[in-house]
Design a binder for this molecule. Structure first.
Ligand code: NIG
Ligand code: FE
Length: 418
């Protein structure tokens, strides 16, 4: 029997949740009493621990073999958070209190609060300050199991400030273990100096910002807040098409507060994902399914804003792939914890625990176009793995409000231990 050389063994795993049905039981491909082997940061073998010696060889000295004893805990793929706005300055706890007194997100935005208030603070912050403010947020993501995150710009809204945010994202990717992929969201809002001149602002986004972002290779994706009172479907189409000309994949805010046809646009432009979708038409989502677009649902936002959740079951009925993400941002979802997001998905959107777990792993990877690299524990993929101190994987969404993650491996390296 051919054996795989390994430099890392993870042993004594009560349940290994591979998220690959072909590798184990059920839709999550669960292997009981399991072990995993990796070499140079990539998985080389998974299976029952009893088969370890037959399938894996440990190369002779001088290669050092690392062993992680899971001590009877559950192991699963690192979480993939496919939608965050975690770079920002300032904070908006006052708005949060205003909403509790009845103000809506849109009313606060129209009065110059909302995104505008974060834009003012972010413009005033230096690159170093943005990095310093984001580092503890990334530590919180990692501690709760996120090993890869999408991070958006969109609080700068000038060429220099958008580039500053994206440069901060690049530095953050170098300074700490969470892998970061940037999404250029210059079309997040119309800045006050362009009030009433939305198309002129989009000229700036398309003719100046996008070429600079692409030239400096600062983003992988392009986003636009396609929303009533912000950018129309036609305007969003223009931004996404311009992004595509620069090689950026579309991944954008669609049908969050008003049914505009963002889901249909995502299908038309073959976006990687359309996100939020609180008000999307199931017919639009069916078109997304046909076009291979992932639906990224962000229940933390509905929770935090006190809005009805996206109709996840109707969407799942179309066969569309559903990802779940945090939307971590200071205005509409100030929380990094994807375990809690899974709980919301199950209790509020009636997703199954299996669907919820796939949403924050493999389907999150699809929403970022990284499904060949991360999101499941199959040989060939990167060894991004969580150890969770739970009796079985269902506890991840069932026992809520506590952090179950005790250890995190990124590319086979232990990067977090509680
Ligand atoms: O995903 N919708 C626009 N963007 C964010 C909110 C950003 C903010 O309020 O600062 C969202 O909800
Ligand atoms: Fe968002």
């Amino acid at each position: 029997m051919p054996t795989s050389p390994a430099d890392l063994l993870v042993t004594n795993i009560r349940e290994l949740v591979t998220c690959e049905p072909a590798l184990g039981e059920g839709s999550l491909g669960v292997i009981k009493r399991a072990a995993l082997a990796a070499a140079r940061g990539r998985i080389v073998w998974v299976g029952e621990e009893s088969g370890l010696e037959d399938h894996v060889t440990v190369p002779p000295f001088p290669v050092r073999i690392n062993t992680l004893d899971a001590r009877g805990a559950v192991a699963l793929p690192g979480f993939v958070d496919s939608h965050t706005h975690l770079i920002f300055a300032g904070s908006r706890e006052a708005e949060y209190a205003m909403r509790a007194r009845g103000a809506t997100y849109q009313q606060i935005a129209a009065a110059g609060g909302g995104i505008h208030s974060t834009v003012r603070a972010t413009r005033a912050a230096s690159l170093d300050e943005l990095v310093d403010l984001a580092l503890p947020r990334l530590r919180a993501l990692l501690a709760h199991g996120t090993t890869t995150a999408e991070v958006k710009s969109g609080y700068g809204l000038t060429t220099a400030d958008e580039l500053k945010m994206l440069e901060a994202a690049r530095r953050l990717g170098e300074l700490q273990p969470v892998e970061i992929h940037a999404n250029f969201c210059g079309a997040h809002e119309v800045p006050p100096e362009y009030k009433g001149r939305t198309d002129a602002y989009l000229d700036l986004v398309v003719d100046e910002m996008l070429p600079a972002v692409a030239e400096n290779k600062l983003a992988r994706y392009v986003d636009v807040f396609c929303e009533d009172g912000v950018f129309s479907v036609a305007q969003a189409r223009r931004v996404l098409a311009a992004g595509a000309r620069h090689g950026l994949r579309a991944k954008f805010h669609a049908d969050e507060f008003v049914t505009l046809g963002g889901a249909e646009l995502a299908a038309e432009v073959r976006a990687l994902s359309a996100d939020h979708l609180l008000k999307a038409r199931p017919e639009g989502v069916a078109r997304m399914k046909a076009a291979g677009v992932t639906a990224a649902l962000l229940p933390g936002t509905a929770f935090f804003l006190g809005l009805p959740y996206a109709p996840a079951r109707a969407f799942l009925g179309t066969g569309v792939r559903v990802a779940l993400a945090s939307d971590f941002n200071p205005g509409s979802s100030m929380g990094p914890n994807l375990q809690l997001v899974m709980t919301m998905a199950v209790s509020q959107m009636k997703m199954s625990p299996e669907e919820a777990l796939l949403g924050v792993t493999l389907h999150g990877a699809h929403a970022m176009g990284l499904e060949e690299e991360i999101g499941s524990l199959r040989p060939g993929k990167r060894c991004d793995l969580l150890v969770a101190d739970v009796p079985n994987w269902r506890y991840l969404s069932y026992y809520y409000g506590v952090n179950h993650v005790s250890r995190v491996l990124k590319g086979g390296q232990l990067v977090y231990e509680r």
